[in-house]
Design a protein around this ligand. Structure first.
Ligand code: PMP
Length: 407
């Protein structure tokens, strides 16, 4: 008799509870909030979804650069001149003049000595965190840090020390307990993308330095919008000179795709040779770096756009609060406003009702949000007109009443 092949464990079994929860939600007849398709995109603030004209209030297009005519032209020119892709790593055949020009634009934008362009912001965090902090080193991070920061810690095999979200005392307590001689990297974000709140970098950065740590700040959601030169929250709060590494992305205010690290640290260039998510992947297509460079240079002179974006954020925050919605921050702190809802069912029903009224927002749930937090994330764009913001408030009022989220 032949021996029976042992039954191997189902590798999908670990997702069982999540699959069941998702099936239950979809069985209740709501649309899948994570399967939206844009049939057409008309502008930074308008798309067609399921044949319906829809206002976009759930993109990271803060400065509305995706349709900027100069940005589009730069992309077209580079596509024709350099082809569709580089087919190679930055350290082999994948560095074109356009990648160098993009790094120059970043150095000028931040007033820093070194810039490294990655294929995404996710890879920039993954690469820099894992390369700086290895086995035996400590990464001290905010509990609400982005997945790419956590993944960087796992890849580098560093010790993860978490402190409570935006809590200075808790950060200090954690720092006090670490061996003084150990390598330490404190990782902070300018704007936290789920709640739209900002970090007290003016206190946290000097504190980290006091304990001998290097500091990395992810300014993904603040670039272009915060600070006199649009460099981010560290600039706005006057501590940018004490930050060792700034991580950013082209997928938000810059309006395309890609990631970067800028620094004044003298040894930064060496990272190109030892940072696996930089080295072992293809570089960005020439058209993408050309659009990024053009956009970054235009963001250096975007004071009017910045001012209008702040106006939009304040108007929407005030309007939503007046309607009776609960918001994650008492005051508008960034271009992100999070509308808190009591549970997943209410959040999804409200999300769907808004879509039916012609408004797209992001539905967010754990693990993207802290445990037990269900929210509708509204992200504003400098290209939203005041009339659109008023329209959006009308849609929230109608959907809120239809679903019972407000009285
Ligand atoms: N950092 C933060 C804080 C982010 O929110 C994101 C993306 N949402 C990233 C990094 C990654 O950026 P990218 O889209 O370029 O991969």
């Amino acid at each position: 008799m032949e021996a029976e092949t042992p039954q191997a464990r189902d590798l999908f079994a670990k997702f069982g509870p999540l699959m069941a929860e998702r099936d239950r939600l979809l069985d209740s007849g709501v649309r899948d909030p994570f399967a939206i398709v844009m049939d057409e995109v008309k502008s930074p603030t308008e798309a067609v979804i399921d044949g319906k004209d829809t206002i976009l209030l759930g993109t990271y297009n803060y400065m509305g650069m995706t349709f900027d005519p100069d940005v589009i032209q730069a992309g077209k020119d580079a596509l024709e001149k350099f082809g569709a892709g580089t087919t190679g790593s930055r350290v082999l055949n994948g560095t074109y003049v356009g990648h160098m020009a993009c790094e120059e634009a970043l150095k000028e934008f931040y007033g820093m000595d070194h810039a490294m362009v990655f294929s995404t912001g996710y890879q920039a965090n993954l690469g820099i965190v894992s390369t700086l902090a290895g086995k035996g080193d400590y990464v001290i991070l905010d509990a609400d840090s982005h997945a790419s920061i956590y993944d960087g810690c796992f890849l580098g095999n560093a010790e993860i020390v978490r402190f409570r979200h935006n809590n200075v005392e808790n950060l200090e307590k954690r720092l006090q307990r670490l061996p003084p001689e150990a390598g330490k990297l404190v990782v902070l974000e300018g704007v936290y993308s789920m709640l739209g709140d900002i970090a007290p970098l003016d206190v946290m950065v000097p504190l980290a330095k006091q304990y001998g740590a290097m500091v990395l700040v992810d300014e993904a959601h603040s670039m272009g919008f915060f600070g006199e030169q649009g460099r981010g929250v560290a600039e706005a709060q006057g501590v940018i000179d004490d930050v060792d590494f700034i991580i950013g992305t082209f997928s938000k205010s810059v309006g395309t795709v890609g990631g970067f690290c800028v620094s004044n640290h003298a040894k930064t260039e060496f990272l190109r040779l030892v940072c696996r998510p930089y080295t072992f992947t293809a570089s960005l297509p020439p058209s993408v770096v050309a659009t990024a460079s053009t956009s970054i240079r235009k963001l250096m002179h975007a004071g009017n756009k910045r001012a209008h974006l702040w106006e939009n954020s304040k108007r929407l925050h005030r309007g939503l609060r007046d309607l009776g919605f609960k918001l994650a921050t008492d005051e508008p702190e960034s271009a992100i406003l999070a509308v808190l809802l009591p549970d997943q069912d209410t959040a999804v029903r409200m999300w769907q009702s808004l879509l039916e009224h012609g408004l797209y927002v992001n539905m967010a749930r754990p693990p993207a949000t802290p445990a037990g937090v269900y929210l509708l994330r509204c992200s504003l764009c400098a290209e939203h007109t005041t009339e659109q913001v008023e329209q959006i408030l009308g849609m929230f009022a109608a959907a809120g009443r239809a679903t019972g989220a407000i009285d």
